[in-house]
Design a protein around this ligand. Structure first.
Ligand SMILES: Nc1ncnc2c1ncn2[C@@H]1O[C@H](COP(=O)(O)OP(=O)(O)OP(=O)(O)O)[C@@H](O)[C@H]1O
Ligand SMILES: [Mg+2]
Length: 358
């Protein structure tokens, strides 16, 4: 086990990170948790077995986009050595919970939350969630009891979020039933705002090319370099559930998604799917946009819808294409509608495009 602050200082010394006093202020929180997890068992009299020390409070690290929350949490997880920890995207975790509950019910278990939570708790001491947000009523209605059970089993929870706890599931259906979860979070986690003035993601993209045409080897290499820089290189697929259907982003990490044109526009996806992708990613790397024409009209139509969704959500787009936006779709039905898409693609290349805050 190493010290999270030492890892942070190493990254600064290596020139990977810029020193940021606001990030530095989070270190004592991480250290407090690490100390709590490694504290000696509490001795209770000569002949009684030592009891495990009480679980330390977790950490709810929230703030605007690109401030370094996920980066800091990853450093913390890396510093924990052999403490059993699981780092997982919050949505992916909730999907696992739903399918485990479904299986349990099929086996005839009435109250599925308890055994599913026990199962999770049996293999981890600390859960590190990236991007806690609750938008779905099926999640909202179970998180209270689920987390109650996890905390009762002494699991420590660390999470990043763009929202202060009081704003979770804001304006959601039946929100009053969700409020106990907010109280639970406040009781079991320290709430810490990462109020750094710098959006480092935007900073890292500043001045770098985001639209590559033609899509040649050099474009591919440059896109891969940007992807590695933003995602840290490690990634896993992210499956989004949209109205009972599954929409897959083949690679995802720290708010950055990566897919090819055919992954997203070559399949039967519609506006709802694109909206949910746009809500999930802050940056989308989209490769291999081909020339569009009446021969691939359906793909082109979906592409228009995808770009509209990304534009509305102010997602940063990094893409490679067969041609410049205005030359992507020059003949056939739909060219008129495509003018708006081309102009949006242009605007989204602007260095100031993207989210600077929540
Ligand atoms: N101090 C820093 N110096 C340089 N780069 C940094 C610094 N802090 C974070 N970054 C980089 O900025 C990018 C965004 O950071 P990160 O993903 O941790 O932000 P975040 O707060 O989790 O944002 P979001 O809320 O959108 O998920 C990452 O590539 C990260 O490595
Ligand atoms: Mg993040």
């Amino acid at each position: 086990m190493s010290n999270v602050n030492a890892l942070y200082q190493q990254r600064i010394a290596a020139g990977d990170l810029r020193p940021d006093p606001v990030q530095q202020d989070v270190m004592p929180q991480f250290q407090r948790i690490a100390d709590g997890l490694t504290a000696d068992p509490v001795k209770r009299g000569l002949f009684r077995r030592a009891a495990p020390p009480p679980a330390p409070k977790g950490l709810y690290l929230w703030g605007g986009v690109g401030r370094g929350k996920s980066m800091l949490m990853d450093l913390f997880v890396d510093s924990l050595g052999d403490i059993p920890v699981r780092r997982v995207h919050f949505h992916a975790f909730m999907q696992e919970i739903h399918s485990a509950m479904h299986e349990a019910r099929q086996r005839g278990v009435d109250d599925a939350i308890a055994p599913v939570a026990a199962d999770v708790a049996s293999s981890v001491r600390l859960l590190a969630f990236d991007e806690m947000q609750i938008t779905d009523i099926t999640d909202a209605m179970i998180v209270g009891r689920l987390f109650e059970a996890l905390f009762a089993a002494d699991v420590v929870v660390v999470t990043t979020s763009n929202r202060v706890p009081d704003d979770l599931y804001k304006n959601g259906l039946n929100r009053q039933l969700f409020l106990p979860f907010i109280e639970l979070i406040k009781g079991k986690m320290e709430i810490h705002e990462l109020a750094s003035p710098t959006d480092y993601r935007q900073d890292r993209l500043q001045g770098s090319q985001v639209y590559f045409a033609p899509n040649d080897a050099s474009a591919r290499a440059q896109i891969s370099a940007v992807w590695t820089d933003l995602s840290g290189g490690e990634a896993s697929p992210l499956t989004l559930e949209v109205k009972g259907r599954e929409v897959v982003l083949p690679a995802f990490r720290n708010g950055v998604g990566r897919a090819s044109f055919y992954d997203l526009c070559g399949k039967m996806l519609g506006p709802g799917d694109y909206l949910s992708i746009a809500q999930e990613v802050k940056v989308l790397v989209l490769e291999d946009i081909p020339r569009l024409s009446r021969n691939n009209f359906n793909e082109a139509k979906r592409f228009v819808t995808l770009i509209d969704a990304l534009y509305e959500a102010r997602v940063r787009l990094i893409c490679s294409a067969a041609a410049q936006p205005e030359m992507l779709y020059v003949e056939g039905e739909g060219t008129f509608e495509f003018e708006r898409t081309a102009s949006r693609l242009r605007e989204m290349q602007d260095k100031d495009w993207g989210q600077s805050d929540t």
